[in-house]
Write a protein that binds this ligand. Structure first.
Ligand SMILES: NC(=O)c1ccc[n+]([C@@H]2O[C@H](COP(=O)([O-])OP(=O)(O)OC[C@H]3O[C@@H](n4cnc5c(N)ncnc54)[C@H](O)[C@@H]3O)[C@@H](O)[C@H]2O)c1
Ligand SMILES: O=C(O)C(=O)C[C@@H](O)[C@H](O)[C@H](O)COP(=O)(O)O
Ligand SMILES: [Zn+2]
Length: 359
């Protein structure tokens, strides 16, 4: 097992990465402070892994909340199910919520923990590649609104993250690929040697080589933990974790939540961001070619969806959370492994990009 720390002073927490972690009560128990626990999971993950978690929770008073599965349920209506159960079962402020699932469950459980009785503890047990490498770390929690992704939420850090690699064996291929999009993101924004490692190991990752997957989770979490420790609430540098997301979130919202997976939309969005960086003369075109090649090897989309127009993008991107005083800011590359947040979007080149890619 490997242990990393997200260094946030008195809110620091460990990320445990390894095999067989869902059978180790000694990992989980130190992070549950009282006798009350609420497990939040979904209808797909529950039959696979809830029993393992139940075994670790002998002796606690446990509420189980099983949500419907899908990005389309990451909303305020479904979030309320968690509050209803916590209140019905009389959970106090000393309760601990446990997210058992992918990023949707993690974001919703985390937001419930941030707001139930103005804030209770929670633990992340991420079960997808995407949630192990990204969403379980860093404390962004929340739900979608029909007008925009993750528009309602809070920063609320977990007490611990327990990433058991064994659960990835049941993950569908499409979800594996979607998770790899966020893995590739770290190479692009902050870790060129990792990008090169991914180019060499993409085939192993796609065939679910356990060592390669563990290495990619570890290196992704190292990169994310470093950025989060520098800028917990996205005052500045943390925004680099948003590479491709301004375009990607526009795609997810336009298509209808759940049609394009988050990782798929981010993949196409990263190609757009790197392409824009090339058009501005900031990076060599080979970085774009290598990005496309790696994403394609991971069976990810590299173009925006058919039928989405430049105006669709511009309208949806105008409500991005990085917009300040009407100015859209984008994450672009200065070189492979070096991302920057622009003070404003280069509008002319952005329009040129959108008109050349939208079809
Ligand atoms: N908070 C953050 O920092 C952050 C970062 C990245 C993404 N996100 C959010 O995360 C969400 C995407 O997360 P995701 O890709 O994990 O999607 P997800 O949570 O929808 O999970 C993907 C699918 O895999 C299933 N699943 C989960 N674990 C499984 C397992 N071990 N075996 C079989 N099936 C399993 C789920 O039920 C679901 O059908 C999006 O809402 C995105 O906005 C948040
Ligand atoms: O942790 C972050 O910061 C990220 O931006 C990680 C992203 O991968 C993730 O999709 C996040 O939820 C996007 O945040 P948002 O603030 O753009 O909604
Ligand atoms: Zn993301």
């Amino acid at each position: 097992m490997q242990t990393l720390t997200v260094d946030l002073g008195d809110r620091s927490y460990p990320i445990f990465i390894g095999s067989g972690l869902l059978s180790k009560p000694e990992l989980l128990k130190p992070y549950i402070r009282g006798s009350e626990v609420a497990v939040v999971t979904n209808e797909t993950v529950a039959p696979l892994y809830l029993e393992d978690l139940r075994r670790l929770l002998g002796g606690y008073r446990v509420t189980e909340v099983v949500l419907p599965d899908g990005e389309q349920y990451k909303n305020l209506t479904e979030l309320n199910q968690i509050f209803d159960r916590l209140l019905a079962d009389r959970h106090s402020r000393a309760t601990t919520l446990i997210a058992l699932g992918g990023g949707v469950v993690g974001d919703m459980c985390g937001f419930a923990a941030a707001s139930y009785q103005r804030g209770v503890n929670f633990i992340q047990i991420p079960t997808t590649v995407l949630s192990q490498v990204d969403s379980s770390v860093g404390g962004k929690t929340g739900v979608n609104h029909p007008l925009g992704k993750n528009m309602i939420g809070a920063f609320h850090q977990p007490q611990a993250v327990i990433a058991d690699m064994d659960v990835l064996t049941t993950l569908p291929d499409r979800e594996l690929s979607a998770g790899l999009a966020e893995v590739i993101k770290y190479g692009l924004i902050s870790d060129a040697p990792f990008f090169e490692w991914l180019e060499l190991n993409a085939e192993r990752l796609m065939s679910r080589d356990a060592d390669a997957l563990a290495e990619s989770v570890l290196r992704s979490c190292e990169n994310k933990a470093k950025v989060v420790a520098e800028d917990e609430r996205e005052g500045g540098r943390r925004a680099i974790l948003n590479l491709g997301h301004t375009f990607g979130h526009a795609i997810e919202t336009h298509q209808g939540y759940g049609k394009w997976l988050h990782g798929e939309a981010v993949a196409a969005g990263m190609v757009m961001a790197v392409d824009l960086s090339v058009r501005l003369g900031w990076v060599e075109s080979d970085v774009l070619q290598r990005t496309i090649a790696l994403l394609e090897q991971c069976k990810l989309p590299v173009q925006p969806p058919k039928g989405m127009t430049p105006d669709d993008f511009l309208n949806l991107m105008s409500v991005d959370k990085k917009v300040i005083d009407g100015q859209l800011r984008l994450i672009l590359l200065k070189s492979l492994g070096d991302a920057v947040v622009t003070a404003e979007a280069p509008k002319e080149v952005l329009c040129e990009l959108l008109y050349s890619l939208c079809h």
